[in-house]
Write a protein that binds this ligand. Structure first.
Ligand code: NAD
Length: 269
């Protein structure tokens, strides 16, 4: 993809699921990838091995990997992490706000601490990472790119996951607000919104029965793969998307197309 070779990319939550696939995909594009991980050295090793394997398959990637430990719910960690990337890779070109969590509870019983945690990771963390990245983009005086990993729940209400839905709904406005504010500086801000994707965040991923039930609600009849999310993320970060900003691209097999209307049921036929 155009314009990714040699770029310095920071991926939050890079050692699992969608983030891992995004990081590995950027590596195969020849980018230098800073792998943010929270406290899972085994998953970090697994991610490095995946990148090595994928790079071997394409005859070598040429970029660097930089592990950066940090919890995106902690402001101090975010500042340290962004400084470390700039110091060790020389600059930051692309930020991927991917780290995310969810908590299920009937909304009237949701504990304040659980609500706060989801907002702190998914929304406040993404904003603070964007803030630090933008400071750096402005300091060095040229363009930069931010991609937020949102969700179909940016627009689809999700009962019993109110904090998750709220965090992704707000992410849409954050994407648009930052895109508008910094467009004159050549900074592009976009989002990808995955539908149901087979990753460890979902209990159905490795349960064939539950997975079948999930997939029965998806017009294309199957869950998405982390690699499908990674490909569109790379596209939005590339020069092929140089005139796109403030947009959310839904990657969902048709999940946001009101699947219940696939067969007419409201016209009295
Ligand atoms: P996952 O659980 O496999 O990965 C989440 C990653 O975030 C992990 O690497 C985890 O360590 C990291 N993380 C969590 N809290 C963190 C913190 N405080 N600091 C740093 N890192 C932290 O799940 P996933 O499906 O790969 O999720 C990635 C993103 O995709 C999330 O933002 C999620 O909301 C979004 N998403 C996923 C789906 C899906 O169906 N899998 C659908 C829509 C959106």
């Amino acid at each position: 993809m155009k314009g990714l070779k040699g770029k310095n990319v920071l991926v939050t939550g890079a050692t699992s699921g969608i983030g891992q696939a995004i990081a590995a995909n950027f590596a195969t594009e020849g980018a230098n990838v800073a792998l943010n991980y929270r406290n899972d050295p085994d998953k970090l090793e697994e991610t490095k091995e995946l990148i090595d394997e994928m790079c071997t398959q394409v005859g070598g990637c040429g970029g660097r990997e930089l592990p950066v430990k940090g919890d995106v719910s902690e402001e101090a960690d975010i500042i340290r992490m962004c400084n470390e990337v700039v110091e060790k890779l020389g600059s930051l070109d692309i930020l991927i706000n991917n780290a995310g969590i969810q908590t299920a509870s009937p909304s009237h019983k949701l504990k304040t601490s659980d609500f706060d945690k989801v907002i702190q990771v998914n929304l406040r963390g993404a904003y603070l990472c964007a803030r630090e990245a933008i400071k750096h983009f402005l300091d060095r005086g040229h363009s930069g790119i931010i991609i937020n990993v949102s969700s179909v729940h940016e627009i689809i209400p999700r009962p019993t996951y109110v904090s998750y839905s709220m965090s992704k709904g707000a992410m849409e406005n954050m994407t648009k607000t930052l895109a508008l504010e910094y467009a004159p500086h050549g900074i592009r801000v976009n989002a990808v919104a995955p539908g149901a994707t087979a990753t460890p965040i979902n209990s159905w991923t490795d349960d064939p029965q539950k997975r079948k039930e999930v997939e029965s609600h998806i017009p294309m009849g199957r869950a998405g793969t982390p690699e499908e999310m990674a490909a569109i993320t790379a596209f939005l970060a590339s020069d092929d998307a140089s005139y796109i900003t403030g947009q959310t691209l839904f990657i969902d097999g048709g999940l946001t197309l009101y699947p219940d209307f696939l067969k007419p049921w409201s016209a009295g036929e």
